[in-house]
Design a protein around this ligand. Structure first.
Ligand SMILES: C[S@@+](CC[C@H](N)C(=O)[O-])C[C@H]1O[C@@H](n2cnc3c(N)ncnc32)[C@H](O)[C@@H]1O
Length: 225
């Protein structure tokens, strides 16, 4: 993603009531201390401008959502989107954002604290020497496995063939099981049911690119969708 710096974005993010600051202090206490309930927690890693998670949160008030983005310049756009949604009457007390790199997720979430992980149009990092930066690399899958509940799942969408092919290998190699896979989400009635489009998904599907999706769970888990 090409970034244009927005002057003061760090300060605006630091001052936003829609961002949970010092998230490592909430480890193991997200539902009770942030959302004040015992609802399941779903996170989107690399949420970008936030359309996907903001719409999901409005549709599912019984689920707690946390959007994770490492660049404040981008996070600020998600904050603005949320402000617009609230102005239009959405309540969204079940949604918060955090400004961190996904590498630090085990400092922020306790073992089994998260019930679902969404990865949408993650940066492809095409060079072999950068493979460890891909959000579906074994390094990240180990981080996710720790914070995911025993019956939790991971959902991944992309239009990038190389990243998807890589993930179809890296995810099982990391000890996870693929539950469902499609190479044309928008024409797969079962997997597309209830699909919420991300900003990138809208952009790339408008160009005619097929959208790939997989759903995975840690091996040994027995959850049926
Ligand atoms: C290509 S954009 C996709 C945005 C959005 N998910 C969508 O589908 O429209 C990928 C986003 O992931 C963020 N990102 C990439 N690596 C990350 C990491 N290690 N931790 C947190 N965010 C990350 C980037 O900053 C960028 O905003």
């Amino acid at each position: 993603m090409r970034l244009r710096h927005i002057t003061g974005s760090e300060d605006m993010v630091a001052g936003s009531e829609f961002v949970t600051h010092e998230p490592e202090k909430l480890k193991g206490r997200w539902a009770s201390d942030v959302f004040h309930n015992d609802h399941p927690i779903h996170i989107e890693i690399g949420m970008g401008k936030g359309q996907f998670i903001t719409k999901l949160a409005a549709l599912n008030p019984g689920i707690n959502y946390i959007g994770i983005e490492r660049y404040d310049t981008v996070l600020l756009k998600a904050i603005r989107k949320r402000e617009d949604a609230v102005r239009q009457g959405a309540e969204l007390s079940n949604l918060t954002f955090i400004s961190i790199d996904a590498r630090l997720l085990n400092d922020v979430f306790a073992e089994g604290e998260v019930n679902r992980i969404y990865l949408n149009f993650s940066d492809p990092w095409p060079k072999d020497r950068h493979a460890n930066r891909r959000l579906t690399s074994p390094i990240f899958m180990a981080i996710y496995q720790k914070l995911l509940a025993a019956d939790g799942i991971l959902e991944f969408k992309t239009d990038n063939t190389e990243l998807f092919d890589y993930s179809l290998t890296s995810i099982p190699q990391s000890g996870w099981k693929l539950k469902s896979v499609t190479r044309d989400l928008h024409h797969d009635a079962a997997m597309n049911e209830g699909n919420i489009m991300t900003e990138y998904e809208e952009k790339f599907s408008a160009k005619g690119n097929p959208i790939y999706k997989l759903v995975a769970e840690p091996a040994g888990s027995s959850k049926e969708l």
